[in-house]
Design a protein. Structure first.
Length: 433
């Protein structure tokens, strides 16, 4: 007697259920295998893309001291040196590299259009493997489930902090002197991206620093930090003349040489017109405007002079982003150079001659970035009354001024200039995201 007494139809039902259950389990097993294997592929790809993005961002931020185009080219080149699954990373310059500003306070990157006059200090690089780049990530098991490829990306932001030393910087020495009663030389700061300078809201980041000797004569005052290289001569100054740090630093400031690029041949020299009084101001590369109360306006762009002299109460006006490279002496003592935008980065002056002098005006205002590893920046005529204010930042071989107000523009980073940069010791380039 069959004690189980199972009917054949029920046995068949159970066999059918097991078959269905086995099929479902097999699909789930394949799905888990696909998930595990393909997740590994995606994880490896993510690491490879991130390494490429990091390399590109660091290279781009380092090249910001040359130009926007240089930063983009460097970012693409160095990101492209990396690979993912033995494929070179493909970069689309206008899409994958952004030039912009990093705000430490908000930890936020803001991209800047090419037409922006704001000084960029950061580069954001995105490395992608997707259909648009023709290199989507191929999956191994997932096609069983109808998914054959996936798009992935990684992003990095690097900042060029443009140095950590100050706004008034010299390789050899800084002298802030006073002569006239009530007109002692002093520094303070403001942010031109937030509005015009106002004495009532002036900041205390008017920092000065030098690899050499620092002198603050008599009543000269630094509203900010005053720093010098530890092996330089002891400063002729006291901590009471400084509102911030009064101390030495370990490693010398390093200033990259000016890179004029093709400015010697690709410039607007030939477009310079006659002055308002009909004078020819450019002869054999020498810019000279010395007529009495004469004037001329330079169109925004690049200029390349052998010397530059403005005197006789005459004025040169610039109205937009202007870059002036000068091989020899610059003399503005009896004239002026007026940046009508009052945004210092819109007037970048590069004195290039070793041991030459850049004589600042005796009067008026100059809103500019002055960058030179070769020239001396002077306002040093003791016999003439001085009523001059400088707005921006400056680097020189020597800096020596009398009775001069130096207002440091905190928004201006030397690392973001067309030519030049600044750092103390090790690189100021940092990954922030």
């Amino acid at each position: 007697m069959n004690q189980y007494n199972l009917k054949p139809s029920r046995m068949k039902d159970r066999c059918g259920a097991i078959t269905v259950l086995s099929a479902i389990c097999l699909v789930m097993l394949i799905a888990f295998v696909a998930f595990a294997v393909d997740l590994g592929i995606m994880s490896t790809t993510d690491c490879e893309l991130q390494s490429a993005a990091d390399a590109g961002a660091l290279a781009g931020a380092r090249a910001l001291s040359k130009s926007r185009a240089s930063a983009i080219n460097a970012a693409c080149a160095w990101a492209g040196k990396n690979s993912s699954s033995k494929q070179a990373i493909k970069m689309i310059a206008g899409q994958d590299v952004e030039i912009g500003v990093w705000d430490d306070a908000t930890a936020k990157f803001s991209a800047l259009p090419e037409s922006s006059t704001t000084v960029a200090n950061a580069v954001r690089v995105t490395c992608r493997r997707d259909a648009n780049h023709g290199n989507s990530v191929g999956l191994f098991f997932a096609p069983v489930l109808g998914v054959s490829t996936v798009g992935m990306k990684a992003t990095a932001v690097a900042v060029n902090k443009g140095g950590t030393c100050g706004g008034i910087m010299a390789l050899e020495k800084i002298y802030l002197n006073d002569r006239q009663v009530g007109r002692a030389s002093y520094t303070d700061s403001y942010d031109s991206s937030k509005g015009a300078y106002s004495p009532s809201t002036a900041g205390k980041n008017g920092d000065v620093c030098t690899n050499g000797h620092l002198t603050l004569n008599n009543n000269s005052q630094v509203n900010g930090d005053a720093r010098w290289w530890k092996y330089a001569k002891t400063p002729n100054a006291s901590a009471s003349q400084v509102t911030g740090k009064f101390e030495s630093f370990e490693e010398q400031i390093q200033f990259p040489a000016i890179d004029p690029g093709d400015a010697a041949t690709n410039n607007l020299n030939s477009k310079i017109k006659l002055s308002s009084k009909g004078a020819t101001v450019l002869t054999n590369g020498q810019f000279t405007l010395t007529g009495v109360n004469d004037s001329i306006t330079l169109a925004p762009g690049t200029y390349y002079f052998s010397t530059m002299t403005v005197a006789g109460g005459s004025t040169v006006f610039v109205t937009g982003p202007t870059y002036i490279y000068v091989l020899g002496q610059i003399d503005l003592r009896l004239g002026n150079l007026v940046n009508t935008t009052k945004i210092p980065v819109n007037l970048q002056i590069y004195p290039m001659g070793y041991g030459t002098y850049f004589y600042l005006p005796y009067y008026g205002q100059l809103h500019a970035s002055i960058y030179s590893t070769q020239a001396h920046i002077y306002l040093d005529e003791k016999s003439a009354p001085v009523n001059f204010e400088f707005f921006g930042k400056m680097v020189g071989q020597k800096i020596r001024v009398w009775d001069t107000a130096l207002h440091v523009d905190e928004s201006l980073a030397f690392g973001g200039l067309r030519s030049g940069g600044e750092q103390i010791g090790k690189s100021g380039i940092t990954l922030v995201e």
